[in-house]
Design a protein around this ligand. Structure first.
Ligand SMILES: [Zn+2]
Length: 439
Protein backbone atom coordinates (compact mmCIF):
# COMPACT_ATOMS: atom_id res chain seq x y z
CA UNK A 1 0.00 0.00 0.00
CA UNK A 2 1.24 3.48 -0.86
CA UNK A 3 0.44 6.57 1.24
CA UNK A 4 1.16 9.76 -0.69
CA UNK A 5 0.84 12.94 1.43
CA UNK A 6 1.97 16.55 0.93
CA UNK A 7 4.45 16.29 3.81
CA UNK A 8 6.30 13.41 5.38
CA UNK A 9 7.74 13.63 8.89
CA UNK A 10 10.09 10.68 8.71
CA UNK A 11 12.54 11.70 11.40
CA UNK A 12 10.52 13.57 14.05
CA UNK A 13 12.08 16.88 15.00
CA UNK A 14 13.98 17.13 11.70
CA UNK A 15 12.71 19.13 8.70
CA UNK A 16 9.79 17.40 6.92
CA UNK A 17 9.96 16.25 3.31
CA UNK A 18 7.58 17.78 0.75
CA UNK A 19 5.73 15.37 -1.60
CA UNK A 20 7.33 12.30 -0.10
CA UNK A 21 5.44 9.19 0.94
CA UNK A 22 5.80 5.58 1.96
CA UNK A 23 5.11 2.07 0.87
CA UNK A 24 3.84 -0.30 3.54
CA UNK A 25 4.20 -4.04 3.16
CA UNK A 26 2.86 -6.28 5.90
CA UNK A 27 3.68 -4.73 9.27
CA UNK A 28 6.62 -2.63 8.12
CA UNK A 29 7.62 0.35 6.01
CA UNK A 30 9.11 -0.97 2.85
CA UNK A 31 10.07 2.22 0.97
CA UNK A 32 10.35 5.95 1.75
CA UNK A 33 10.66 8.10 -1.38
CA UNK A 34 9.19 11.00 -3.37
CA UNK A 35 5.52 10.36 -4.22
CA UNK A 36 6.21 10.39 -7.99
CA UNK A 37 8.89 7.77 -7.63
CA UNK A 38 6.64 5.54 -5.50
CA UNK A 39 3.86 5.80 -8.09
CA UNK A 40 6.28 4.84 -10.83
CA UNK A 41 7.91 1.97 -8.98
CA UNK A 42 4.74 0.42 -7.55
CA UNK A 43 1.92 1.15 -10.04
CA UNK A 44 -0.14 -1.87 -8.95
CA UNK A 45 -0.18 -1.01 -5.23
CA UNK A 46 -3.32 0.23 -3.50
CA UNK A 47 -2.81 4.01 -3.21
CA UNK A 48 -3.99 6.44 -0.56
CA UNK A 49 -3.66 9.82 -2.23
CA UNK A 50 -3.58 12.36 0.57
CA UNK A 51 -3.28 15.92 -0.75
CA UNK A 52 -3.30 18.49 2.05
CA UNK A 53 -2.16 15.89 4.57
CA UNK A 54 0.96 15.13 6.62
CA UNK A 55 2.14 11.61 7.37
CA UNK A 56 3.93 11.20 10.69
CA UNK A 57 4.83 8.38 13.02
CA UNK A 58 1.91 7.68 15.36
CA UNK A 59 2.06 9.10 18.87
CA UNK A 60 3.53 7.01 21.67
CA UNK A 61 1.50 7.65 24.80
CA UNK A 62 4.30 6.67 27.16
CA UNK A 63 2.33 6.79 30.40
CA UNK A 64 -1.35 6.10 30.98
CA UNK A 65 -3.74 4.69 33.53
CA UNK A 66 -6.50 3.47 31.27
CA UNK A 67 -8.86 2.83 34.20
CA UNK A 68 -8.53 6.56 34.97
CA UNK A 69 -11.41 7.11 32.56
CA UNK A 70 -13.80 5.96 35.29
CA UNK A 71 -12.77 8.92 37.45
CA UNK A 72 -13.83 11.40 34.78
CA UNK A 73 -16.84 13.14 36.35
CA UNK A 74 -16.79 11.10 39.55
CA UNK A 75 -18.92 12.95 42.12
CA UNK A 76 -16.85 14.72 44.78
CA UNK A 77 -17.92 17.11 47.54
CA UNK A 78 -14.77 19.15 47.12
CA UNK A 79 -11.46 18.99 45.28
CA UNK A 80 -8.52 17.37 47.15
CA UNK A 81 -6.27 19.97 48.81
CA UNK A 82 -2.95 18.73 47.37
CA UNK A 83 -1.10 15.78 45.85
CA UNK A 84 -1.12 13.62 49.00
CA UNK A 85 -4.85 14.18 49.72
CA UNK A 86 -5.45 13.52 46.00
CA UNK A 87 -4.03 10.02 46.50
CA UNK A 88 -5.24 9.31 50.03
CA UNK A 89 -8.75 10.74 49.90
CA UNK A 90 -9.61 10.36 46.22
CA UNK A 91 -7.51 8.22 43.87
CA UNK A 92 -6.89 5.22 46.14
CA UNK A 93 -10.20 4.78 47.97
CA UNK A 94 -12.61 6.05 45.32
CA UNK A 95 -10.95 4.68 42.19
CA UNK A 96 -8.12 2.15 42.46
CA UNK A 97 -9.40 0.17 45.44
CA UNK A 98 -12.76 -0.31 43.70
CA UNK A 99 -11.46 -1.72 40.44
CA UNK A 100 -12.18 -5.23 39.25
CA UNK A 101 -11.51 -6.93 35.92
CA UNK A 102 -14.75 -5.73 34.35
CA UNK A 103 -14.12 -2.08 35.32
CA UNK A 104 -10.55 -2.22 33.96
CA UNK A 105 -11.62 -3.84 30.68
CA UNK A 106 -14.59 -1.51 30.15
CA UNK A 107 -12.46 1.60 30.73
CA UNK A 108 -9.61 0.27 28.59
CA UNK A 109 -11.86 -0.31 25.61
CA UNK A 110 -13.49 3.14 25.80
CA UNK A 111 -10.23 5.00 26.30
CA UNK A 112 -8.50 3.16 23.45
CA UNK A 113 -11.14 4.55 21.08
CA UNK A 114 -10.16 8.08 22.09
CA UNK A 115 -6.45 7.37 21.90
CA UNK A 116 -6.55 5.69 18.50
CA UNK A 117 -8.67 8.49 17.08
CA UNK A 118 -6.09 11.05 18.23
CA UNK A 119 -3.21 9.32 16.44
CA UNK A 120 -1.83 7.19 19.29
CA UNK A 121 -0.38 3.93 17.98
CA UNK A 122 1.45 2.78 21.13
CA UNK A 123 0.37 3.10 24.75
CA UNK A 124 2.09 2.19 28.00
CA UNK A 125 -0.39 1.45 30.74
CA UNK A 126 0.10 1.16 34.43
CA UNK A 127 -2.75 -0.43 36.41
CA UNK A 128 -2.94 -0.06 40.16
CA UNK A 129 -5.84 -2.08 41.45
CA UNK A 130 -4.88 -4.09 44.53
CA UNK A 131 -8.16 -6.00 44.62
CA UNK A 132 -8.12 -6.96 40.93
CA UNK A 133 -5.21 -9.41 41.38
CA UNK A 134 -4.44 -11.83 39.92
CA UNK A 135 -5.11 -11.90 36.20
CA UNK A 136 -6.14 -8.29 35.51
CA UNK A 137 -3.36 -7.80 32.94
CA UNK A 138 -4.38 -10.90 30.98
CA UNK A 139 -8.01 -9.70 31.01
CA UNK A 140 -6.99 -6.21 29.88
CA UNK A 141 -4.75 -7.62 27.15
CA UNK A 142 -7.79 -9.33 25.63
CA UNK A 143 -9.43 -5.94 25.03
CA UNK A 144 -6.21 -4.31 23.83
CA UNK A 145 -5.60 -7.09 21.33
CA UNK A 146 -9.05 -6.58 19.82
CA UNK A 147 -8.39 -2.88 19.18
CA UNK A 148 -5.04 -3.67 17.55
CA UNK A 149 -3.05 -0.90 19.26
CA UNK A 150 0.56 -1.57 20.27
CA UNK A 151 0.77 -1.69 24.06
CA UNK A 152 3.05 -2.22 27.01
CA UNK A 153 0.94 -3.23 30.01
CA UNK A 154 2.03 -3.38 33.62
CA UNK A 155 0.70 -3.66 37.14
CA UNK A 156 1.85 -1.05 39.62
CA UNK A 157 2.92 -3.27 42.52
CA UNK A 158 2.80 -1.60 45.93
CA UNK A 159 2.98 -2.60 49.57
CA UNK A 160 0.49 0.07 50.60
CA UNK A 161 -2.23 -2.56 51.24
CA UNK A 162 0.04 -5.37 52.52
CA UNK A 163 3.35 -7.12 51.87
CA UNK A 164 1.44 -10.07 50.39
CA UNK A 165 -0.42 -7.80 48.00
CA UNK A 166 2.90 -6.34 46.89
CA UNK A 167 4.17 -9.81 46.04
CA UNK A 168 1.02 -10.56 44.07
CA UNK A 169 1.63 -7.37 42.08
CA UNK A 170 5.22 -8.26 41.17
CA UNK A 171 4.14 -11.79 40.22
CA UNK A 172 1.38 -10.34 38.04
CA UNK A 173 4.02 -8.49 36.00
CA UNK A 174 6.43 -11.41 35.81
CA UNK A 175 3.72 -13.86 34.70
CA UNK A 176 2.41 -11.37 32.14
CA UNK A 177 5.86 -10.64 30.68
CA UNK A 178 6.47 -14.36 30.19
CA UNK A 179 3.01 -14.94 28.70
CA UNK A 180 3.48 -12.06 26.20
CA UNK A 181 6.79 -13.52 25.07
CA UNK A 182 5.10 -16.84 24.40
CA UNK A 183 2.16 -15.30 22.56
CA UNK A 184 4.10 -12.71 20.51
CA UNK A 185 2.17 -9.87 18.88
CA UNK A 186 1.89 -6.18 19.71
CA UNK A 187 1.60 -6.46 23.50
CA UNK A 188 4.48 -6.69 25.95
CA UNK A 189 5.03 -6.11 29.65
CA UNK A 190 7.52 -4.55 32.02
CA UNK A 191 8.27 -4.55 35.75
CA UNK A 192 6.53 -1.85 37.73
CA UNK A 193 6.23 -0.69 41.33
CA UNK A 194 4.79 2.46 42.84
CA UNK A 195 7.04 4.82 44.85
CA UNK A 196 9.56 5.15 47.68
CA UNK A 197 6.73 6.02 50.07
CA UNK A 198 4.62 2.92 49.34
CA UNK A 199 7.37 0.31 48.80
CA UNK A 200 10.22 -0.84 51.07
CA UNK A 201 13.88 -0.88 49.98
CA UNK A 202 13.77 -4.70 49.82
CA UNK A 203 10.70 -4.58 47.63
CA UNK A 204 12.25 -2.00 45.28
CA UNK A 205 15.39 -4.11 44.96
CA UNK A 206 13.33 -7.23 44.35
CA UNK A 207 11.50 -5.44 41.52
CA UNK A 208 14.83 -4.44 39.99
CA UNK A 209 16.20 -7.97 40.26
CA UNK A 210 13.10 -9.27 38.50
CA UNK A 211 13.52 -6.59 35.81
CA UNK A 212 17.06 -7.79 35.21
CA UNK A 213 16.13 -11.46 35.18
CA UNK A 214 13.34 -10.84 32.68
CA UNK A 215 15.36 -8.22 30.75
CA UNK A 216 12.66 -5.54 30.88
CA UNK A 217 12.44 -1.93 32.04
CA UNK A 218 11.47 -1.16 35.63
CA UNK A 219 8.93 1.62 35.97
CA UNK A 220 7.96 3.72 38.98
CA UNK A 221 6.31 7.07 39.73
CA UNK A 222 8.93 9.51 40.97
CA UNK A 223 8.37 12.78 42.85
CA UNK A 224 5.05 13.59 41.24
CA UNK A 225 4.52 16.20 43.96
CA UNK A 226 6.42 17.56 46.97
CA UNK A 227 5.17 14.69 49.12
CA UNK A 228 7.74 12.11 47.94
CA UNK A 229 10.90 14.23 48.25
CA UNK A 230 9.77 15.38 51.71
CA UNK A 231 9.10 11.77 52.70
CA UNK A 232 12.45 10.57 51.33
CA UNK A 233 14.41 13.36 53.03
CA UNK A 234 12.69 12.57 56.32
CA UNK A 235 13.08 8.77 56.12
CA UNK A 236 16.26 8.24 54.09
CA UNK A 237 18.06 11.59 54.42
CA UNK A 238 18.22 12.03 50.63
CA UNK A 239 15.87 12.83 47.77
CA UNK A 240 14.13 9.98 45.85
CA UNK A 241 16.50 9.73 42.84
CA UNK A 242 19.48 9.87 45.20
CA UNK A 243 17.86 7.09 47.21
CA UNK A 244 17.37 4.94 44.08
CA UNK A 245 20.99 5.56 43.20
CA UNK A 246 22.04 4.42 46.66
CA UNK A 247 19.94 1.24 46.19
CA UNK A 248 21.67 0.60 42.87
CA UNK A 249 18.35 1.04 41.10
CA UNK A 250 19.10 4.18 39.08
CA UNK A 251 20.27 2.77 35.75
CA UNK A 252 19.30 2.46 32.10
CA UNK A 253 16.62 -0.06 33.00
CA UNK A 254 14.80 2.56 35.08
CA UNK A 255 11.78 4.36 33.65
CA UNK A 256 10.74 7.11 36.07
CA UNK A 257 7.42 8.76 35.31
CA UNK A 258 6.40 12.28 36.40
CA UNK A 259 9.72 13.59 37.87
CA UNK A 260 8.05 16.90 38.72
CA UNK A 261 9.92 17.88 41.87
CA UNK A 262 13.55 17.18 40.98
CA UNK A 263 16.75 18.81 42.20
CA UNK A 264 19.66 19.61 39.88
CA UNK A 265 21.60 16.77 41.53
CA UNK A 266 18.80 14.32 40.75
CA UNK A 267 18.69 15.43 37.10
CA UNK A 268 22.45 14.87 36.93
CA UNK A 269 22.01 11.34 38.30
CA UNK A 270 19.34 10.58 35.69
CA UNK A 271 21.57 11.82 32.88
CA UNK A 272 24.67 10.01 34.14
CA UNK A 273 22.89 6.69 34.73
CA UNK A 274 20.72 6.70 31.60
CA UNK A 275 17.42 6.81 33.53
CA UNK A 276 14.47 7.43 31.18
CA UNK A 277 11.48 9.58 32.06
CA UNK A 278 7.94 10.41 30.96
CA UNK A 279 6.27 13.78 31.24
CA UNK A 280 2.55 14.32 31.86
CA UNK A 281 1.96 18.08 31.54
CA UNK A 282 -1.82 18.04 31.98
CA UNK A 283 -2.18 15.63 34.87
CA UNK A 284 0.59 17.52 36.70
CA UNK A 285 -1.76 20.49 36.52
CA UNK A 286 -4.73 18.36 37.63
CA UNK A 287 -3.14 17.26 40.91
CA UNK A 288 -1.46 20.59 41.65
CA UNK A 289 1.92 18.84 41.44
CA UNK A 290 4.00 21.61 39.91
CA UNK A 291 5.78 21.80 36.56
CA UNK A 292 8.38 19.19 35.70
CA UNK A 293 11.87 20.45 34.73
CA UNK A 294 11.55 18.98 31.25
CA UNK A 295 13.67 21.60 29.43
CA UNK A 296 16.47 20.86 31.92
CA UNK A 297 16.06 17.09 31.55
CA UNK A 298 16.16 17.33 27.74
CA UNK A 299 19.18 19.65 27.96
CA UNK A 300 20.93 17.12 30.21
CA UNK A 301 20.39 14.42 27.57
CA UNK A 302 17.72 12.38 29.39
CA UNK A 303 15.38 10.34 27.16
CA UNK A 304 11.92 11.88 27.56
CA UNK A 305 8.49 10.69 26.40
CA UNK A 306 5.05 12.21 26.86
CA UNK A 307 1.99 10.66 28.50
CA UNK A 308 -1.67 11.35 29.17
CA UNK A 309 -1.67 9.71 32.64
CA UNK A 310 -5.28 8.62 32.14
CA UNK A 311 -6.46 12.21 32.19
CA UNK A 312 -7.06 14.09 28.91
CA UNK A 313 -6.78 11.47 26.18
CA UNK A 314 -6.75 13.51 22.98
CA UNK A 315 -2.98 13.29 22.60
CA UNK A 316 -2.89 16.55 20.66
CA UNK A 317 -3.91 18.27 23.91
CA UNK A 318 -1.01 16.62 25.75
CA UNK A 319 1.39 17.71 23.00
CA UNK A 320 0.03 21.27 23.12
CA UNK A 321 0.37 21.41 26.91
CA UNK A 322 3.99 20.21 26.73
CA UNK A 323 4.62 22.95 24.18
CA UNK A 324 2.96 25.72 26.23
CA UNK A 325 3.34 25.24 29.99
CA UNK A 326 7.13 25.42 30.05
CA UNK A 327 7.09 28.68 28.11
CA UNK A 328 4.87 30.21 30.76
CA UNK A 329 6.82 28.65 33.61
CA UNK A 330 10.20 29.79 32.30
CA UNK A 331 8.86 33.10 31.01
CA UNK A 332 10.66 32.22 27.78
CA UNK A 333 8.87 31.41 24.49
CA UNK A 334 12.03 29.78 23.14
CA UNK A 335 11.85 26.68 25.33
CA UNK A 336 10.22 23.46 24.08
CA UNK A 337 10.00 24.33 20.38
CA UNK A 338 7.40 22.46 18.30
CA UNK A 339 9.86 20.10 16.49
CA UNK A 340 11.26 18.96 19.85
CA UNK A 341 7.79 18.39 21.31
CA UNK A 342 6.76 16.35 18.24
CA UNK A 343 9.91 14.26 18.70
CA UNK A 344 9.10 13.62 22.37
CA UNK A 345 5.53 12.61 21.43
CA UNK A 346 6.73 10.01 18.93
CA UNK A 347 10.28 8.68 18.89
CA UNK A 348 11.05 10.00 22.38
CA UNK A 349 8.21 7.93 23.83
CA UNK A 350 9.31 4.83 21.95
CA UNK A 351 12.84 5.23 23.26
CA UNK A 352 11.61 5.84 26.81
CA UNK A 353 9.73 2.54 26.57
CA UNK A 354 12.74 0.76 25.11
CA UNK A 355 10.85 -0.07 21.90
CA UNK A 356 12.98 -0.56 18.82
CA UNK A 357 12.17 0.43 15.23
CA UNK A 358 9.17 2.45 16.37
CA UNK A 359 8.76 6.22 16.27
CA UNK A 360 10.30 7.01 12.88
CA UNK A 361 9.35 6.40 9.29
CA UNK A 362 12.23 4.45 7.81
CA UNK A 363 12.67 1.32 5.78
CA UNK A 364 12.27 -1.77 7.91
CA UNK A 365 10.66 0.13 10.79
CA UNK A 366 7.17 -0.68 12.03
CA UNK A 367 4.35 0.93 10.05
CA UNK A 368 2.82 2.81 13.01
CA UNK A 369 1.50 5.92 11.27
CA UNK A 370 -0.94 8.80 11.49
CA UNK A 371 -2.15 10.81 8.53
CA UNK A 372 -3.25 14.31 9.57
CA UNK A 373 -5.15 16.91 7.58
CA UNK A 374 -2.88 19.96 7.60
CA UNK A 375 -4.98 22.26 5.44
CA UNK A 376 -5.07 25.46 7.51
CA UNK A 377 -6.41 28.99 7.14
CA UNK A 378 -2.78 30.00 6.48
CA UNK A 379 -0.36 28.12 4.19
CA UNK A 380 1.32 25.05 5.63
CA UNK A 381 4.98 25.00 4.66
CA UNK A 382 8.02 22.99 5.64
CA UNK A 383 9.18 25.84 7.89
CA UNK A 384 5.95 26.02 9.92
CA UNK A 385 4.64 22.45 9.75
CA UNK A 386 5.48 21.43 13.34
CA UNK A 387 3.97 24.61 14.76
CA UNK A 388 0.84 24.19 12.65
CA UNK A 389 0.46 20.62 13.93
CA UNK A 390 1.23 21.32 17.58
CA UNK A 391 -0.89 24.44 17.89
CA UNK A 392 -3.88 24.04 15.61
CA UNK A 393 -4.63 20.32 15.19
CA UNK A 394 -6.63 17.90 17.31
CA UNK A 395 -8.14 14.43 16.98
CA UNK A 396 -10.76 15.64 14.49
CA UNK A 397 -8.03 16.23 11.91
CA UNK A 398 -6.61 12.69 12.03
CA UNK A 399 -7.66 10.96 8.80
CA UNK A 400 -6.00 7.58 9.15
CA UNK A 401 -4.21 5.64 11.86
CA UNK A 402 -2.21 2.52 11.11
CA UNK A 403 -0.60 0.14 13.61
CA UNK A 404 1.86 -2.47 12.34
CA UNK A 405 0.54 -1.98 8.83
CA UNK A 406 -3.14 -2.42 9.77
CA UNK A 407 -5.53 0.50 9.31
CA UNK A 408 -7.24 1.01 12.68
CA UNK A 409 -8.90 4.41 12.18
CA UNK A 410 -10.30 5.92 9.01
CA UNK A 411 -11.89 9.40 9.05
CA UNK A 412 -12.47 9.30 12.80
CA UNK A 413 -14.03 5.84 12.86
CA UNK A 414 -12.25 3.09 14.79
CA UNK A 415 -12.61 0.11 12.48
CA UNK A 416 -14.13 -3.07 13.88
CA UNK A 417 -15.32 -1.41 17.09
CA UNK A 418 -18.97 -1.15 18.17
CA UNK A 419 -18.57 2.28 19.71
CA UNK A 420 -22.09 2.47 21.16
CA UNK A 421 -21.66 -0.84 22.96
CA UNK A 422 -18.20 0.12 24.23
CA UNK A 423 -19.44 3.44 25.61
CA UNK A 424 -22.50 1.77 27.20
CA UNK A 425 -20.18 -0.72 28.94
CA UNK A 426 -17.96 2.11 30.22
CA UNK A 427 -21.02 4.01 31.52
CA UNK A 428 -22.20 0.92 33.40
CA UNK A 429 -18.73 0.41 34.92
CA UNK A 430 -18.48 4.08 35.93
CA UNK A 431 -21.94 4.10 37.55
CA UNK A 432 -21.12 0.91 39.46
CA UNK A 433 -17.80 2.39 40.66
CA UNK A 434 -19.32 5.74 41.61
CA UNK A 435 -22.12 4.11 43.62
CA UNK A 436 -19.81 1.97 45.82
CA UNK A 437 -19.50 3.03 49.42
CA UNK A 438 -16.02 3.92 50.63
CA UNK A 439 -14.02 1.44 52.71
ZN1 LIG B 1 0.73 7.93 36.55
Amino acid sequence: MLILPDFLIDNPGQPPRRDWGVRVTGAVIDAVAPNDELRRRFPDDEMIDAPGCTLSPGFVNAHAHLYGLLAHGLPLDKAPSGFWPFLEDFWWPLVEDRLDHEAICAATDAILLEMLRSGVTTVYDCTEAPYALPGCLAAQAGVVRERGIRAVLSFEATERVSKENGQLGLAENADFIRACRETGGLISGLMCFHTTFSCSAEFIQQAHRLGEELDVLVHMHCSEGVHEPEYALQHFGVRPMEYYDRLGAANSRMLASQCVQMSAAEIAIMAARGVKMTHMPLSNCEVGAGIAPVPELVEAGVTVGLGSDGYVNDFYEVVRAAFLIHKAHKQDPRVMPAPLVWHLATEGGARALGLEQIGRIAEGWQADLQLVDTRMPTPTEAHNLYDQLVLWRNHTHVRLVMVAGQVRVRDGVVLGADEDAIIARAHAAARRLWSMTVG
